[in-house]
Design a protein around this ligand. Structure first.
Ligand code: KG4
Ligand code: ZN
Length: 337
């Protein structure tokens, strides 16, 4: 089955073509240059740029796959969670194509896409076996999910406030490092001492696998306000910030691995590009005998290949959500608990 995937939940307009489980093309148009001056995504600007970018991105995905719309058998589109205005652009385009071409259309949860993205690095007949634990860490989401089977997910915990990528971005903005902040902090941190500045690590008592980053952000703000760092002190501060955020992610994930006893962990989302997080998570995994998988970089950040894959099982089973499907900004993935 040839599936066209469409993704527009945040600030990336993306389309991909998946052919019998094999990725034929994946095109992402980033809006970093649009939102950079603001230090974060401006929702209204994001939806306007999706309107401008979406059709050319779909055309590019089809032409890179060397197919035209006639060859498409079904459409998978992100229907949540995300920015409502952004989601609606991708969803409307998907509905338009589905109606004009009389194609089945399925709505895919963006988080399911992130959980399954690593399978695009593997042969279609050899997906990561269930059960596995998924840690999703991006600019919009931070959560731990137990994937028990295809379409069977449980949310073990998620952030009570900011996403971890947002914490990277806000600290970077505070230090004048530009947007997106994660890569800028990582670059500086490579020259710094992670133990140089003492920063708090939030541990929540209730909901043991939940995260919280807003107190951390305030602590960094307070520190910078009390003692503005000289330029040559920035690498130490960046390394300490990165270490604290990584500690919080690794600590909670290790507890969830111990409690669930699963043998595999998938780490996905933009922050999973972080080299320190990768190294620390890989070390923790080898200590626990857990296989730790990171999708390749282009599949960690938002893309439509993971959405096409997320919709493939249902499209192949003949399902069709039809034109009545709506976008849901807070669409949950799996039951909590
Ligand atoms: O998944 P993504 O591309 O978009 C969504 O938010 O859905 O993630 C973007 C986030 C940003 O917050 C960015 O600062 C962070 O991922 N990021 C990183 C790194 N690369 C991207 N954070 C830490 N270290 C990195 N190397
Ligand atoms: Zn995402």
């Amino acid at each position: 089955m040839l599936i066209l995937g469409i993704e527009s939940s945040c600030d990336d307009s993306a389309a991909a073509v998946l052919d019998g489980g094999t990725l034929r093309s994946s095109v992402v148009s980033s809006q970093d240059a649009v939102h950079g001056p603001y230090g974060g995504v401006v929702p209204e600007l994001a939806s306007r740029h999706h309107v401008r970018n979406m059709l050319p991105v779909i055309d590019a995905a089809l032409s890179r796959a060397a197919v035209d719309l006639d060859a498409v058998d079904g459409i998978a589109v992100t229907c949540g969670p995300g920015l409502i205005g952004s989601l609606l652009v991708g969803l409307s385009v998907a509905k338009g194509i589905a109606q004009a071409r009389r194609l089945p259309l399925v709505g895919v949860n963006h988080l399911e896409g992130h959980l399954l993205a690593a399978n695009l690095d593997r042969p279609p007949d050899d997906p990561i076996p269930f059960p596995f634990l998924g840690l999703i860490v991006s600019g919009g989401h931070t959560g731990l999910y137990l994937a028990r089977g295809a379409g069977d997910y449980r949310c073990l915990g998620r952030t009570r406030d900011d996403a971890v990528g947002e914490a990277f971005d806000k600290v970077a903005k505070l230090l004048g490092l530009g947007y997106p902040g994660g890569p800028a902090i990582q670059r500086l941190a490579e020259r710094g001492n992670p133990g140089a500045v003492r920063l708090p690590r939030a541990r929540l008592k209730r909901g043991r696998f939940d995260f919280s980053f807003s107190g951390f952000k305030t602590a960094v703000w307070q520190r910078v306000h009390d003692e503005p760092p000289a330029p040559d002190a920035l690498p130490d501060l960046a390394a300490s910030v990165q270490e604290a955020l990584v500690d919080m992610l690794v600590g909670t994930t290790v507890e969830a691995l111990e409690e669930t006893g699963v043998a595999r962990l998938v780490v996905s989302g933009g922050v999973s590009a972080n080299r320190r997080l990768r190294a620390r998570m890989a070390d923790a995994g080898s200590e626990l005998g857990v296989d730790v998988v990171f999708p390749r970089f282009e599949l960690c950040t938002d893309n439509a290949a993971m959405i096409a894959l997320g919709g493939a099982r249902r499209l192949e089973a003949g399902e069709d959500d039809g034109l009545a499907i709506g976008a849901e900004a807070d669409l949950p993935l799996g039951a909590a608990g």
